[in-house]
Ligand binder design. Sequence first.
Ligand code: ATP
Ligand code: MG
Ligand code: MG
Length: 293
Amino acid sequence: FHHVTPFIQTYHNKQQQPWIQLAGHQGNFKSGRQHGTILKKFCAREKEALEILMDDGLKPYVPKYYGQFKDDEGNEFIELEDLLGHFSNPCVMDCKIGVRTYLEEELMKAKEKPKLRKDMYEKMCLIDPTAPTLDEHQLRGVTKPRYMVWRETISTTATLGFRIEGIRRSDGTSSKDFKTMKSENQVKESFSSFMNERSDIVKQYLERLYALKTALAQSQFFSTHEVIGSSLLFVHDSTKASVWMIDFAKTCPLPEGCPSISHDKAWDLGNHEDGYLIGLSYLIKFFEEMITD
Ligand code: ATP
Ligand code: MG
Ligand code: MG
């Protein structure tokens, strides 16, 4: 593996094309068994989502799913279309969509025996010493559910319904320092540096985002699932641009008592709203503002 930054790994696949991973654990991906595919560490929830998606109106907006695979050491993977395979020297951006990035069940579990966590208090203080309450300062601890809810407010996740996870630009530079990017202007500046004055590329992204929005409105999958921690992966090179939905490890069928969600209303524990369309609308708005002519 050739490391470009401590966080963003690129390596050469079988076709000697550089492959770029902007998020997730380094060991979670490897080159696929066939031309134009990659292997991602197996997750049952993600496999189930992909199986349904291959038979849904969203299929054109999702990497093709080629099934499961177990290597000689017994490690299990899912095999996916390599979305970078269609591009040469691609620019890539991962935006994690939604107003929260944890499942309601994860928050409920954290609420079961809420112990005071010194480590979480300290992490909180490092990012914003004014974030803990007086009580929390005195106890030098915060509970995990409190920390989980707070963490979504240090980026644009809670306010804009998306956050940038990583960017790799055309000059080869990349960044992952978006964890605490909170202001609209910072996000817009990051988008500008990613687009590098290419209005035509912005327009291609927009066409695709409009089409995705329409497909989401008609999708059986989208109307019956809570989509948490999933990203839109933006990829372009000097001539073309496209965007896909990726990462369904936290995408779940809605529970029985909750037959539908709007995807664009505020979240309260129990209503299962994910804010997916809030994020998509802001993305579309910011991209529209980048078109100058
Ligand atoms: P996390 O949950 O931390 O976001 P993860 O391990 O679930 O990470 P993904 O989010 O699915 O992994 O993917 C991580 C990165 O790998 C993406 O940001 C993207 O750069 C790259 N990637 C994932 N899937 C594909 C694909 N099908 N084609 C090309 N690149 C991909
Ligand atoms: Mg991801
Ligand atoms: Mg994931």
